[in-house]
Design a binder for this molecule. Structure first.
Ligand code: PDD
Length: 286
C-alpha cells in the first residue's frame, strides 16, 4: 500500500513526492533529521526530538521552516492517514535547493526542504532480538567531529553496519582515542557490578533522546550511573552491555568482537531498563 508522505507543506502519495536535484541535502548532506517512535499510535518523546531538532538547526545556522505545534500536527496526521500503530516517523530538513551547486550557503530566501514519512513496524516494542541480544564488532570512528548535530551524513555509520554484517554481527561500536564513542545509530553502555557506564555528552556523540530518558529512569530507580569514556577491553570484561535509540529502545548486547559479555544473555539491568523505559514512555506518549 502506498504511504502518504509530507513534503514542503503537502501530503502526497509517496510516488508523487519530489525534491529538487539541487537540494543541498542531496548534494552536500546539508540537512538534519529526527526519528521518533510510535507505540500504540502515539508519539514517544516528541518534545525531546523537537528540541534536539531545533538545536541541530541552530548549530548549522539553518532556518526552521515549521513551528513545533505544526510539526506535532504533521506527525499525528501521518500516523492517522497511514494507520500506524507501531513504527517510526522519519523527519528531514535540509537547507533547500539553490538554483545551482555552490559550496556557499544560499541566500535566506531559499526555503528549507522538509520531508516526513512513516515506517510501519508492527510489534516494535516486542522485538524478538531484544530477548536474545545483539552481537557487535568494534571499528574506528571515522566520522566528522560534530556528532552532536544530527546530520544526514550517515555514510560511515552505514559502512559500519555493513562491516558488522560481513562479520556475522548486528552492529558496530566506534572507537576513538582508545574509547568507545557510540554505536552506528545508537548510544553505547556497559554495566560493571551495579554501575551503568556510558560516554559523557560532548561533540563526540549524539545526545540521544532515549539516552536522556533511560539515564533519568535509572537514577530514579537508584541505579548508579557514570558518564565517562570506556574502552573495548573494559566492555569485554563488563557484566552487561546495551545500546539505546528511539527505534530499538534499550537493546542488550551479548557479544563484542567475538567475546561473550557476562552470561551471553541479556542482563538484568538492561532488561529492567527496557521494561521501565517502555512502560514510562508509553504513559506520557502523545
Ligand atoms: N539513530 N547515536 C547515533 C549515532 C544515532 O544515529 C542515534 C539515533 C542515537 C540514539 O539517539 P536517540 O535515542 O535520540 O534515537 C545515538 C536513529 C534512531 C537513526 O538514525 O535511525
Amino acid at each position: 500500500m502506498s504511504r502518504t508522505v509530507y513534503v514542503n507543506g503537502e501530503y502526497l502519495p509517496e510516488g508523487e513526492a519530489k525534491v529538487s536535484i539541487f537540494d543541498r541535502g542531496f548534494l552536500f548532506a546539508d540537512g538534519v533529521y529526527e526519528v521518533t517512535s510510535v507505540l500504540d499510535g502515539k508519539l514517544i518523546d516528541f518534545a525531546g526530538h523537537a528540541k534536539r531538532l531545533a538545536r541541530s538547526l541552530g548549530e548549522l545556522d539553518m532556518r526552521n521552516p515549521i513551528s513545533t505545534d505544526d510539526l506535532l500536527e504533521v506527525h499525528r496526521e501521518l500516523v492517522r492517514t497511514n494507520d500506524i500503530t507501531d513504527g517510526v516517523i522519519y523527519l528531514q530538513i535540509t537547507r533547500g535547493a539553490a538554483s545551482d551547486r555552490d559550496f556557499a550557503f544560499p541566500a535566506d530566501d531559499v526555503e528549507p526542504t522538509i520531508v516526513l514519512f512513516t515506517q510501519s513496524k508492527p510489534g516494535l516494542a516486542d522485538s524478538p532480538t531484544a530477548k536474545v541480544g545483539i552481537k557487535v564488532i568494534s571499528i574506528a570512528d571515522e566520522r566528522w567531529g560534530r556528532r552532536d548535530i544530527k546530520t544526514v551524513q550517515l555514510l560511515y555509520p552505514s559502512m559500519g553496519k555493513m562491516m558488522a554484517m560481513a562479520a556475522g554481527c548486528d552492529d558496530a561500536w566506534m572507537i576513538e582515542d582508545g574509547a568507545v564513542t557510540e554505536g552506528t545509530s545508537n548510544n553505547a553502555y556497559i554495566v560493571k557490578g551495579d554501575t551503568i557506564i556510558t560516554r559523557h555528552l560532548g561533540h563526540e556523540i549524539l545526545h540521544g533522546i532515549t539516552r536522556a530518558a533511560v539515564l533519568r529512569f535509572a537514577r530514579e530507580a537508584q541505579m548508579k550511573v557514570e558518564e565517562r569514556p570506556f574502552t573495548i577491553d573494559e566492555a569485554k570484561a563488563a557484566d552487561e552491555a546495551f545500546t539505546t535509540s528511539a527505534s530499538a529502545f534499550v537493546m542488550p548486547v551479548v557479544e563484542l568482537d567475538g567475546a561473550v559479555i557476562g552470561t551471553g544473555k541479556p542482563g538484568p539491568i538492561a532488561t529492567r531498563l527496557r521494561e521501565i523505559y517502555l512502560e514510562e514512555s508509553r504513559k506520557v506518549a502523545i
